[in-house]
Design a protein around this ligand. Structure first.
Ligand code: GLC
Length: 637
């Protein structure tokens, strides 16, 4: 059965055959490149340079795209505070129009409709990013006005009010914008993961500049010098968040400059590693290209290098036995100790989506054959591992219940030596007859049976789960509506850790008490992921019902970060109000429900080449005895 290894090799050895202009960067001469790693790679103008300033290093915007240094500008008025460096893309109106025509010429039908309707929306908005509308650097640009027609209008005003500017250009949105909050912590920063729904809302509205700027500026931060107690994390890491600071110009007290100041986890509570940032960055880059029709960003030399650096970091060899990504606790949306170290589902689903997206965008290049091979190998092995070992439903539960243990052999059924007593009592009652889900984590002798929403939803969106499994996950969400959605969509995970388990697993974390925050809290931002998953499976009604429930309270409660209690009835104990991704998540859900075909910019469809490779690899029997001959077999793709 399946295809021969030769055919296999042939099919998958074809690299990503995408249009690629090696010299694009030259033609498009205003390119951001950090001085350190990418100097000399062919981009003519650098707009940034890295310098030490007092106690921190930052990227200073001080050189104009035309090469003129404007550092010594005096502050005469408010305008003087705004540095005058150019935009990430300094094209003239005429050139932009030319570009638009070229893009439409080169797009397929669905792209055209996305691009054109976006342009239409943009003109309806009166072009939000006209130069007259630029804000003061590093500050929030407030646009709140009068009575609101609807929740959506209010949400748009709030989203715009959360925009952050760098050198006069929109570059991201801050995490929360609550004027009455006295303990801001780092919620005044632009978080990479938090910006994803903001970026998507802007894309769907036809406002592409902010997303483009975000992609290019965060790329600059990637090769940042980052250290924690004399240790430098791997190259390719993207920061968890960054802040725009306006600082006095070196040697000139009367002038200022904007500085991007990233946090790679060195300052974050618990020093958690932002593993998801780079994965989200790739996913957003693809969505930007698909929605705007502008593939020039992903084709840029520096962007291609950025993608490869993330991949190299993720695909590096280690001691691990599994194709899943091994990470420390708190390396994703749940960025505190919650017992999700190891191989958490959320990271695996984002990883798979990022691999597929990167494969689509990577240009064929002699030097990257090994990387493409590693990427393709992982794309074959990862879905098999997750579909086979993470899946649980009534049938699988019964299988685990009857597992034999201590099987030493190549063909063990209970490969991870799971003791049946590990099945938590709640699950036996909770598992619906129809439906199932992917468990939260898998390690030797350990299955984390908690249901994690983001991981399951993104497994649907990325096709990491099979079609059958994807429907079953939505069946489970419907069957367990009273627990997972209840009074506010959506529970981050179910159930909460309680008592001794809470004490041991969270380290007695007072923020993660049962049914609060990451420990079974309800997060409105998850609405957008629920919506994409439901649209992909052609079941938008589920998301529509969830949105209706959220609308009852979100605006009235001032758009909280999360809700507490079993049914999500109370605004979270320490929840921020006017939390940007709650606002943006709601907007993306509404925009997508109104235009479901736009969800394509996020969805990864199952790749038949990979499926064939997969069946070939398994020869239809995942539990077949491993032959000695097969030990060395590698799948060169
Ligand atoms: C909290 C969340 C994290 C989010 C951050 C900013 O730390 O756990 O996922 O990125 O707040 O909103």
């Amino acid at each position: 059965m399946g295809i021969s290894s030769e055919a296999f090799l042939q099919v998958l050895s074809a690299p990503a055959t995408r249009l690629y202009h090696k010299d694009f960067c030259y033609g498009n001469s205003n390119v951001f490149v950090p001085d350190r790693d990418r100097r000399g790679r062919g981009c003519r103008f650098t707009q940034s340079r890295k310098v030490n300033f007092k106690n921190f290093t930052g990227i200073f915007a001080s050189i104009r795209p035309d090469g003129m240094n404007h550092k010594k500008k005096k502050i005469n008025n408010l305008e003087g505070l705004t540095c005058k460096c150019g935009r990430a893309e300094g094209v003239s109106e005429a050139a932009a129009e030319e570009l638009r025509k070229t893009l439409i010429g080169g797009m397929n039908n669905s792209d055209v409709s996305c691009f054109e309707s976006a342009q239409h929306l943009k003109s309806e908005n009166g072009g939000v990013f006209s130069t007259s509308d630029l804000g003061t650097p590093g500050t929030i640009h407030s646009n709140l006005n009068g009575v609101k027609d609807s929740f959506e209008d209010e949400a748009w005003d709030l989203l715009r009010a959360s925009m952050v500017y760098y050198c006069g250009n929109p570059i991201g949105t801050i995490a929360a914008n609550d004027p009455n909050d006295s303990s801001i912590l780092n919620y005044d920063q632009v978080f990479i993961r938090d910006f994803i729904p903001s970026g998507l809302a802007f894309l769907l509205k036809g406002e592409f500049d902010i997303v483009r700027n975000f992609i290019l500026h965060t790329l600059q931060l990637q090769s940042w010098e980052k250290t924690m107690d004399c240790h430098s994390p791997g190259q390719g890491l993207m920061p968890a968040s960054f802040k725009v600071r306006t600082v006095p110009l070196d040697g000139d007290d009367s002038a200022t400059e904007d500085v991007l100041d990233p946090d790679f986890g060195e300052a974050a509570i618990g020093r958690v590693a932002p593993v998801d940032s780079g994965l989200w960055w790739i996913i957003l880059l693809r969505a930007y290209g698909k929605c705007s029709g502008d593939r020039s960003v992903q084709e840029r030399v520096d962007v291609q290098t950025g993608i490869k650096m993330i991949l190299k970091l993720c695909l590096a060899d280690g001691f691990d036995m599994f194709p899943t990504l091994l990470v420390t606790d708190g390396s994703c949306m749940i960025d505190r100790r919650m017992g999700i170290h190891g191989h958490p589902l959320e990271i695996q689903a984002l990883f798979y989506s990022a691999l597929l997206s990167a494969r689509e965008m990577l240009a064929p290049e002699d030097g990257s054959t090994d990387l493409i091979t590693a990427l393709n190998n992982r794309l074959v092995a990862l879905p098999f591992h997750i579909r086979e070992y993470y899946w649980t439903d009534m049938k699988k539960l019964n299988e685990i219940y009857r597992y034999k243990t201590e099987e030493y052999s190549y063909d063990a059924v209970n490969k991870f030596n799971i003791y049946p007593d590990q099945i938590p009592p709640w699950l036996v009652e909770w598992m619906p007859n129809k439906g199932g889900y992917l468990i939260g984590n898998l390690q030797p002798a350990h299955m984390d049976f908690r249901f994690f929403s983001l991981g399951n939803l993104w497994s649907i969106i990325s096709s990491l789960a099979t079609t059958e499994q994807s429907h079953a996950i939505l069946d489970l969400i419907e069957a367990k509506w009273a627990e997972l959605v209840a009074d506010m969509p959506l529970k981050i995970c179910y159930p909460a850790l309680d008592g001794e388990e809470w004490r041991i697993v969270t380290g007695s974390d007072p923020k993660n008490t049962p049914w609060s925050y990451h420990n079974g809290g309800s997060w409105p931002t998850l609405l957008w992921q629920l919506t994409v998953a439901c649209i992909k499976m052609n079941r938008p009604g589920i998301a529509e019902n969830a949105v209706k429930i959220a609308e009852r309270r979100l605006s009235r409660d001032k758009w909280p970060e999360y809700y507490d209690t079993r049914r999500g009835r109370l605004i979270g104990k320490q929840a921020r109000l006017f939390q940007t991704w709650s606002i943006a998540g709601y907007l993306v859900a509404k925009l997508l429900l109104a235009k479901p075909e736009a969800a394509n910019i996020l969805v990864n469809l199952e790749d038949t080449e990979l499926v064939n490779a997969f069946s070939c690899m398994l020869s239809s029997n995942p539990r077949r005895k491993r032959s000695r001959m097969g030990v060395k077999k590698s799948y060169i793709i």
